[in-house]
Design a protein around this ligand. Sequence first.
Ligand SMILES: Nc1nc2c(c(=O)[nH]1)N[C@H]1C(S)=C(S)[C@@H](COP(=O)(O)O)O[C@H]1N2
Ligand SMILES: [Mo]
Length: 167
Amino acid sequence: MKLIFSLVYALTWLVLIVNTGFSQDPGASFAVGGELLRPLKLSVKELAALKSSEVKAKDRDGKEHTFKGVMLWTILDSAGVTLGKDLRGENLAKFVLVKASDGYEVVFSLPEIDPEFSDKIILLAHEVDGKPLAATEGPFRLVVPQDKKHARWIRQLTSIQVLFSKN
Ligand SMILES: Nc1nc2c(c(=O)[nH]1)N[C@H]1C(S)=C(S)[C@@H](COP(=O)(O)O)O[C@H]1N2
Ligand SMILES: [Mo]
């Protein structure tokens, strides 16, 4: 009996490690919430319903890759964030907090995401060079080619929240 319990315990860990470390969970998703009209939960499949883009960008080692995904602007726009003509007045005091599964967090301002303010590319990528992102990197990561440092290329992204800096 004790042996069976130990075996089940070991197997459970094995399954957990294999799932999180080596393979891609097809049901994996990220949340979009906060100060917006329509909170979303998007999987790779659901992302495909949005307009996709391909972006060439150099990784931290200077190697060029083609990333495929959806512009952060497109995702926030479909969630009903105050962008475009609505990005004025007090809405300029909102910011975007992006979180990853390891607790890493980065922020962006709405104007740097909005194409009416900036030509900055901020892509939420799920593929690199025609393949899904590796589990250590994905299923979702940001690609920000114009940032001179890669620190905001957040890997294993789990949530995007629009927050008010005013209280
Ligand atoms: N989730 C998560 N994403 C992260 C980080 C991190 O610690 N956790 N580090 C950042 C930093 S500081 C850099 S330089 C790049 C490095 O990306 P790479 O590991 O794909 O080269 O990832 C960024 N994304
Ligand atoms: Mo870094």
